[in-house]
Design a protein around this ligand. Structure first.
Ligand code: SF4
Length: 377
């Protein structure tokens, strides 16, 4: 069964009805259970669960420590291109965003310089990003960037436009470890309304892309919905369902979930379903209890003090000192168009301090690679 078929069994109306019907005792039963069903997930996403955030947080802490210990992996994004022909209405890189700042592809030398700057900070795990520009930033360009990044880092992932399976395989052959690909929203109607141009308008091609990456050999698969496009409870449910599906369909890959929340958007787009801090916390806790073995990534989109508060609630990976513009670390600092404004502007050393203050250990080294004899390193 494809994920689209599984999704078809969980239409919005069914999820809404389950959330609506959930009673406080359903929330308590869901928290107490060893393994949670989709119905339990609905209970934990319901308004009644707001009164149960403490026990949910205690269970989330227990599960995360059991599966991941008291460690937080550190990573950094490297935007290698901000050229984009797509028109996603919420994004600063969109071709019709109205932004006139400089767009470019980093050269091989510039990618090397960006990598060197981050390696000097101690990073061993990076995420390479582009817009959607198959001609300006073709797969061969991304493959070359992966190979360059592997000269500096044992763990390299990409967040680029959706690819065919053989294209993901090519990237894996150049040393790629992970693929991050957010569906943005799983609601097909909302999806069509916010994706106006480019390959990204193809809902089905994007929905299946992360599974293609898993089949091609990507060992880390990261998913997420862009919170704010529609009701967070519904997209949160579908994201968790997708995570569970991928854990089964791509069992050789580690699946992780991100919770990107829309905070800053281009002037032409106002966020239709703003998500509050308390709602984001509830969503993360509910998904942690539903997917105990999934990694949780937390980016610098969120405020520093809020990120610190989230650390013990299920987070396993954090970025720090991030730039969302190409060349933002070494070669074009402040010169190029950024994708979105970040909130947590602390340097990595300060974030590390905050992680330690919560009793967690920041981890720079990728231990999976250290112990994996099949690694191409
Ligand atoms: S979300 Fe991605 S594809 Fe869409 S406009 Fe932004 S960079 Fe381009």
């Amino acid at each position: 069964m494809s994920f689209l078929e599984e999704l078809g069994a969980w239409p919005r109306a069914r999820i809404e009805a389950l959330i609506e019907r959930a009673r406080p005792e359903d929330v308590a039963a869901a928290i107490a259970r060893e393994q949670r069903t989709p119905e339990d997930l609905c209970a934990m996403l319901s308004p009644h669960a707001q009164a149960c955030l403490e026990p949910m947080a205690a269970e989330a802490r227990r599960l995360t420590r059991w599966h991941f210990g008291r460690t937080i992996g550190m990573y950094a994004p490297i935007y290698i291109s901000n050229v984009c022909g797509a028109d996603c209405v919420y994004c600063g890189y969109a071709v019709r965003s109205g932004n006139r700042e400089r767009r470019l592809n980093l050269s091989a030398a510039e990618i090397r310089a960006e990598c060197a700057a981050l390696a000097a900070e101690g990073y061993q795990n990076v995420l390479l990003l582009t817009g959607e520009a198959r001609r300006a930033a073709p797969v061969s360009y991304i493959a070359e960037a992966v190979a360059i990044a592997r000269e500096f880092f044992p763990s390299v992932s990409v967040e680029v436009y959706s690819l065919d399976e053989d294209e993901y395989r090519l990237l894996c052959q150049r040393g790629l470890e992970g693929v991050t690909l957010y569906m943005e929203t799983y609601d097909p109607t909302v999806y069509q309304a916010v994706h106006l141009k480019g390959q990204k308008t193809d809902y089905r091609y994007r929905l299946d892309a992360i599974e293609r990456a898993g089949r091609a050999g990507a060992r880390r698969l990261s998913i997420g919905a862009l919170l704010g496009l529609t009701d967070w409870r519904i997209d949160g449910f579908w994201t968790a369902l997708h995570g569970r599906y991928l854990q089964r369909a791509c069992w050789q890959s580690a699946v992780s979930v991100s919770f990107p929340r829309l905070l800053h958007t281009p002037a032409r787009f106002s966020i239709p379903h703003l998500v509050t801090d308390a709602e984001l916390v509830q969503l993360m806790l509910a998904v942690r209890l539903f997917l105990p073995e999934a990694g949780f990534n937390l980016s610098t989109r969120e405020r520093a003090e809020f990120r610190d508060h989230l650390i013990p609630l299920g987070v396993t990976m954090m970025s720090a000192g991030s730039s969302t513009r190409p060349g933002g670390y070494a070669t074009h600092v402040d010169e190029t168009l950024e994708q979105f404004a970040i909130e947590d502007r602390r340097p990595p050393a300060k974030v590390v301090e905050a992680i330690r203050a919560q009793g967690y250990e920041p981890v720079w080294k990728d231990f999976d690679y250290a112990f994996d004899e099949t690694s191409s390193r």
